[in-house]
Design a protein around this ligand. Sequence first.
Ligand SMILES: Nc1ncnc2c1ncn2[C@@H]1O[C@H](COP(=O)(O)OP(=O)(O)OP(=O)(O)O)[C@@H](O)[C@H]1O
Length: 320
Amino acid sequence: MPALIKALQVSKQFEKNELFVKNKLVTAVNNISLEIEKGKTIGLIGESGSGKSTFGRMLCGLENVTEGEIYFKENSITNLTLKKMKPYRKNIQMIFQSSSTIFDTFYTIGESLEEILLNNETISKAESNLRINKILEQVGLSKEYRNRYAYQLSGGEKQRVNIARALVINPEFVVCDEPVSSLDFTIRKQILNLLNNLKNNMGLTYLFITHDLSTIQYVCDSVVIMYKGKIVEYMDDISQLGKIAMHPYTSILLQSIPTTNPLNKKICMMEEKQSNLFIKKSVKGCIFADRCPQKEEKCLNKEPDLREVASGHKIACCVY
Ligand SMILES: Nc1ncnc2c1ncn2[C@@H]1O[C@H](COP(=O)(O)OP(=O)(O)OP(=O)(O)O)[C@@H](O)[C@H]1O
């Protein structure tokens, strides 16, 4: 099946001006290729600063790429102007992490949703009303919420409206950027279930960005592990995640899933301490070498390619 959305050798560099250093280049995303099939959810995992949001924004056309190409249904959407991106905008949406800052305080929820609908579709007021009521119902809010302002909503309700904003125009592909990280633990599962139900009912395709491996098992079919702007591991099937993950960085992420057993936590800390004993900065070698507990001499000399080690399983590591 052809990919719904495809990134081909995509990179992004930002210019950063720091004290005494002008125009310093920061590589946020480094030569990433990824295809997402229609109806699939790919989880994109990595620690803070690994380039997840930048990659998600580039797929949505909200950030220009420095190198590479992005295709939606085999049409290049790389670095399109706002005008040329408009026909695709309806099909490519993003749900952001924090729902509190993106609401216009002077608009009711109904007015905000109506504005998005009318900006993207040519429909009558009556049809717009029906669509707004329907999407509110789908995200578990009654139509009375149309008349409320954002400040009158709880965090979980705001995130539901945030999801409604992205989905009211029936997109095909949605980037969910840490959609539950700002919510209480009890509400997280509700929102993850909601995203799953909406995916099944509306035939959506998601890129699900998170730094928390424990959430992806609820929503994702496949998983990509990112480190310093690169993909270090890809697994097509995450049902065996704990058993088949091979990259040392993925292992550390798996161990960092919160545990109720304090003894397990201790193991993680010891491993990190041991790895620090032989830290040696690598310039041309593996990007993870300076933190890797399993590194060998060869890891410092050669940058590993992302290669297939089993069907649907890719890893960038010199040791395996
Ligand atoms: N507009 C920008 N200008 C300069 N640097 C940026 C910009 N946006 C991101 N960066 C840098 O790019 C790198 C990747 O950032 P990004 O937000 O994509 O990471 P992330 O993995 O999504 O992190 P988090 O989980 O904290 O959101 C970071 O070093 C960040 O400082």
